[in-house]
Write a protein of this length. Structure first.
Length: 287
């Protein structure tokens, strides 16, 4: 089994690379999202520290584009095409299997169906060049560090752990399309109540309860008052978003650990799928 080859690369090395790249992908995603949100977020489909979409993507890009490894232009363009195609196919498959979306580029310029976008594609091209010139030599040097038998045992142990972890995570993911709409409906109701309070707080900035209509108009003409109102609006909006996310995670926790983890790791979970569904529904009605 270990000597089986794919495009001239043996199975042993392919599996080691897959695991290492999956771990690197998990580190990158987790660090990026954790820093951005200001708290630790386990970013990945499974509980363990592996993002296999990165591992599979990196290995696939390397195997496909290896004949062009000496040409930076071909590497970049090939990375744009191959990685974008992989991202699109993965998005479609995950939406078809789990009836939900895990990322959404709908707000980005030059996106296609919210599944891919120009900015991300150009980034994949740059990543491909870095992969060939920096990352892969590092990954190969890591694989050389341990004996082959250690690598084989590691692949088997990690593989079994991954399958078990994936099974539990997938079971939770299959329930998302049933449970998430209920959670989102509750959040919409809570959001409406919070927005009413937000408008009341903003309207009270700089105004006494006994203020007359004339004094209110005068105050609204004051640039400093308007600036203060805008600052308060932004602060309250952020506060509402944080509170809604906490409530959403708490409701998801009642369903199960993995559901809570998905909601925490992917705040916009299912947004793209809902947009596609609404668009398809409108198209059917127009026909």
């Amino acid at each position: 089994m270990w000597n089986l080859t794919v495009c001239g690369i043996d199975f042993y090395h392919l599996m080691n690379w897959l695991i290492i790249y999956s771990f690197f992908g998990w580190v990158w995603e987790t660090c990026y999202v954790s820093v951005k949100s200001g708290k630790f977020v386990n970013r990945g489909f499974i509980n363990g520290p592996l993002c296999t979409i990165y591992g599979f993507g990196a290995v696939s890009v390397y195997v496909i584009l290896r004949p062009f490894s000496d040409n930076l232009l071909y590497l970049y363009l090939g990375g744009v095409v191959v990685a974008t195609a992989l991202e699109y196919v993965t998005a479609v498959l995950m939406e078809s299997i789990f009836h939900t979306s895990w990322w959404d580029y709908s707000d980005n310029k030059f996106n296609f169906q919210g599944r891919i976008c120009l900015g991300a594609s150009l980034g994949w091209g740059a990543f491909t060049v870095i992969l060939f010139k920096v990352l892969h030599p590092l990954v190969e040097s890591i694989v050389i560090l341990y004996p082959v038998y250690v690598g084989e045992i590691g692949i088997c142990v990690i593989g079994v752990g991954y399958v078990v972890d994936f099974a539990f995570s997938a079971a939770a993911a299959f329930r998302i399309h049933e449970k998430l709409p209920v959670i989102e409906a509750a959040m919409e109701q809570a959001k409406g109540e919070m927005l009413v309070k937000m408008h009341e707080k903003i309207a009270s900035v700089g105004f006494a309860k006994e203020a007359t209509l004339e004094s209110v108009k005068e105050r609204l003409g004051d640039v400093e008052v308007l600036k203060e109102m805008e600052q308060k609006r932004a602060a309250i909006t952020a506060e509402i978003s944080a509170e809604l996310q906490k409530r959403k995670e708490a409701m998801a926790a009642k369903v199960g650990h993995n559901m809570q983890r998905f909601v925490k790791a992917y705040p916009n979970l299912n947004r793209g799928y809902k947009l596609h569904s609404l668009k398809n529904l409108r198209n059917k009605k127009e026909k």
